[in-house]
Ligand binder design. Structure first.
Ligand code: NAD
Length: 307
């Protein structure tokens, strides 16, 4: 049984050592393919692998086609839009993510981004405090719930919307106001933290109308995915609303243009860094390895995303 860990952007040494130890204990072989530079390298390495662990690496139909022995692929992380689920399903390959393992890292980044923007990107001048402001959480999943908790701890009034979390008790016990429409959430948020996955339904769904409905001086914080933003609508709203701010962990295609036009009202991290903490790296990597062992030894498919 061979597990291939294929990472263009490698895990930390602590994480790979942990993955190797879990594999060894289970009696599986473990091979690392790090910093590879071509799809062909990945295709060669995966040809005889029974299991594959990736980070943001693209597992396309072409890669699946080359992976003749593959039974399971695990994306060490939350978003799994880098996996071709259709190709996996067609070959009977189980695809999983490792939900929750990097949520705290992403939530801390989201909170720090709010303060960074409230304080003029840490440049001289009078800024704002986030305490007492209204925080809207768009999607109440693993990351959104932690951001809500931190927002409350910082004295913010927190509201949230998630069409798939319909039990008011879930929000009530967190001290969060439940909102039943996207529009209502945006209209009442000085800070809006985005945590929706990139799906056919959500791609391009955050655009001009929603942004224009936000209060004067509002900040949109995106640690989710760039694809959920309608970039043309964003640029138009930033041009028309002189107080609107946008901060993101996933640089838009038009980042250079937005930075030039909107100065301190726009910021994008140079490279996605939400999950880039030593802790998240280890948590997600080890969870992926454990899920693979549990799958082969006990048939556990709890985190399968292509059912
Ligand atoms: P999660 O799966 O725990 O939560 C996602 C939530 O979105 C769920 O509660 C779901 O009900 C909700 N949702 C689904 N479709 C929706 C819709 N149309 N409208 C509103 N809500 C909807 O995921 P998570 O761990 O909280 O992560 C959220 C997103 O953040 C991921 O999908 C991923 O793309 C992104 N992410 C980014 C980084 C980073 O490095 N910046 C790291 C991890 C995750």
């Amino acid at each position: 049984m061979k597990i291939l860990v294929a990472t263009e952007k490698p895990f930390s040494r602590e994480a790979t050592e942990g993955i190797e130890a879990i594999a060894r204990e289970a009696g599986f072989a473990c091979e690392l393919l790090e910093k590879y530079t071509s799809v062909d390298e990945l295709k060669r390495a995966v040809a005889d692998a029974d299991a594959l662990i990736v980070r943001s690496d693209k597992v396309t139909a072409e890669v699946i086609e080359a992976a003749r022995a593959l039974k399971i692929v695990v994306r060490a992380g939350a978003g799994y839009d880098n996996l071709d689920l259709g190709a996996c399903t067609a070959r009977g390959i189980v695809a999983m993510n490792t939900p929750g393992q990097n949520s705290n890292a992403v939530a801390e980044l989201a909170v720090s981004m709010m303060i960074f923007m409230a304080r003029n990107q840490f440049t001289p001048g009078t800024g704002h405090e986030i305490s007492g402001k209204r925080l809207g959480i768009h999607a109440y999943g693993n990351v959104g719930r932690i951001v809500a908790r931190y927002g409350r701890a910082l004295g913010m009034e927190v509201s949230a919307f998630d069409p798939f979390v319909t039990d008011p008790e879930v929000f009530a016990r967190d001290g969060v106001r439940m909102v039943t429409s996207v529009r209502e959430l945006y209209e009442n948020s000085d800070y809006l933290s985005l945590h929706i996955p990139a799906t056919a339904e959500t791609k391009g769904s955050i655009g001009y109308d929603l942004l224009m409905s936000m209060p004067e001086g509002a900040t949109l914080v995106n640690t989710a995915r760039k694809e959920v933003i309608d970039e043309a609508g964003l640029a138009r709203a930033l041009a028309e609303r002189s107080g609107l701010k946008y901060v993101t962990d996933i640089a838009p295609d038009s980042a250079a243009e937005l930075a030039e036009k909107f100065g301190k009202r726009f910021f994008a991290t140079p490279k996605k860094m939400g999950a880039e903490t030593a802790e998240a790296n280890v948590n997600a990597g080890l969870a992926a390895a454990r899920q693979i062992v549990a799958f082969f030894k006990e048939g556990v498919t709890r985190f399968q995303v292509n059912r």
